[in-house]
Design a protein around this ligand. Structure first.
Ligand code: SAJ
Length: 428
């Protein structure tokens, strides 16, 4: 008989993971506390927007190897893929969903079964939180931490092919977990202890955050120095050992702006650089707002309106969680701007989603916030008669500057100091 597993938490990671296990031949019980998610999945509707996922869901449901429920039942393996957001009060990890999942496992577990934690957590969480909760009721399970590392938008591509890390503290647990993931992972599977694996996950996202902060700092320096940072980064990256990331309006999503704090939480005295990178990236919406203000209010516009192109936290995804677009909108609103926003992919969010025409009509400044590929298809000639002032701030160097300039727009690209140098110095 094939192995039977439960996947707890059917979100952006849990659902694709559960479906891939089932597609590989395992019997998978998908568990989610949200009745709407359970109902949608049972009806074959995919609650997560991700390329290829609806098709995989239909195939796996038809195979009969994937069932969905709100109540956990006893299984050989429990894979925990619940969210671990930032606790706004403590500034550390909110582990309540992990705690609840562990308590649910403790209710149904039997000796000899295995628990795999995939949720991103502060180092030590498997052994300090998950294991004690379950062991206080049932002894003799195996415990593993195995982080997901997939890029939203490319999840189904990356889950099977990315290298997989198994964090286990006994050879038996390591071997079991390796065999489990080998059912669908074709990438290299590496084994280490659980706390190292927990830290590695945080290091990966922290590396990206610090690198982006560096790019953002370069962008601001370039503005002060009359240099185009995009050209400068491209040239610096020709060096075989340099890989500077891209500046932007801030760092969003539910991983990169959150995970570095889990390291800071556990080692506050020795993580000044990580904290500074977070602060630098969190300040980027302010930098963009100041540019917008300079180009509107600074030029005598009263009752300014700004149109934001993009609400998603990054290009080509529908996810607007922790998106810098909302922070930018709030800052501008607090400074007296009317703010409209257009995002063809985002369905729900904290701002009403306008049409492109509504967003542009009467705007004194358009701001490209998200680098959706579709935004390149926008025709600036079509927007020119709608806007009150033809001004574009491109925070991602994403649009075709010459085309927009040809249509009469005054284009400002974040980090392009060549244009700004002629107007104003921003080296405050
Ligand atoms: N961003 C920049 N400049 C860049 C790259 C990204 O400003 O050069 C911004 C994006 O616009 C976005 C934010 O950073 O607002 C995060 O986007 P992302 O594409 O860097 O990352 P995520 O959050 O979609 O996924 C990350 C990935 N981690 C790494 O690449 C190290 C992914 O592999 C992880 O699995 C995921 O976090 C996670 O779940 O932890």
């Amino acid at each position: 008989m094939s192995q039977s597993i439960a996947v707890i938490g059917l979100g952006y990671i849990g659902l694709p993971t559960a479906l891939l296990f089932a597609d590989a031949g395992l019997e998978v019980l998908g568990v989610d506390i949200n009745p709407e998610v359970v109902a949608a999945l049972r009806a074959g509707q995919c609650p997560v927007e991700e390329p290829g996922l609806p098709e995989l869901l239909r195939r796996v449901l038809a195979s009969g190897r994937f069932t969905v429920t709100q109540r956990l039942e006893s299984r050989e393996v429990y894979v925990i893929t619940v969210p671990t957001p930032l606790d706004r009060e403590t500034g550390g990890a909110d582990l309540s969903a992990v705690r609840k999942a562990a308590e649910a496992v403790a209710e149904v577990a039997r000796p000899g079964q295995m628990v795999v934690l995939e949720s991103t957590v502060p180092p030590g969480t498997l052994n300090r939180l998950v294991r004690p909760i379950i062991e206080s009721k049932v002894p003799g399970l195996d415990y593993v931490f195995s982080p997901e590392r997939v890029l939203p938008g490319r999840i189904l591509e990356e889950l099977p092919t990315n290298p997989r890390l198994i964090g286990a503290d006994t050879p038996r647990a390591a071997e079991r977990a390796r065999a489990l993931y080998a059912s669908f992972v074709r990438g290299e599977i590496r084994v280490t202890d659980s706390t190292t694996a927990e830290m590695v996950k945080l290091m990966e996202n922290t590396f990206r955050d610090v690198n982006i902060a560096l790019a953002n700092e370069f962008a601001m320096a370039a503005q002060a120095l009359g240099v185009n940072v995009w050209e400068a980064i491209e040239l610096a990256n020709l060096h075989p050992r340099v890989n500077i990331h891209r500046p932007g309006p801030g760092v969003g999503g539910h991983c990169i702006p959150v995970d570095p704090w889990f390291l800071v939480e556990r080692a506050p005295m020795v993580t000044a650089l990580i904290r500074q990178a977070r602060t630098t990236n969190d300040r980027m919406p302010v930098v963009v707002a100041e540019t917008v203000e300079r180009l509107t209010v600074g030029r005598g516009v009263r009752q300014p309106k700004v149109g934001l192109l993009g609400l998603a936290y990054k290009g080509n995804v529908d996810d607007s969680r922790e998106s810098p677009a909302y922070v930018l909108a709030r800052i501008l609103q607090s400074r007296g701007f009317e703010v409209a926003a257009y995002d063809p992919l985002v369905r729900r969010g904290a701002l009403p989603n306008a049409t492109l025409e509504e967003c542009a009509r009467g705007a004194h400044c358009l701001v490209l916030v998200t680098d959706h590929a579709r935004f390149r298809e926008i025709d600036p000639w079509q927007l020119r008669p709608l806007v009150a002032e033809p001004v574009l701030v491109d925070t991602r160097n994403h649009l075709d500057r010459q085309r927009w300039e040809a249509a009469g727009f005054d284009v400002h690209v974040l980090g392009d100091g060549r244009k700004q140098a002629a107007e104003v110095r921003v080296d405050r």
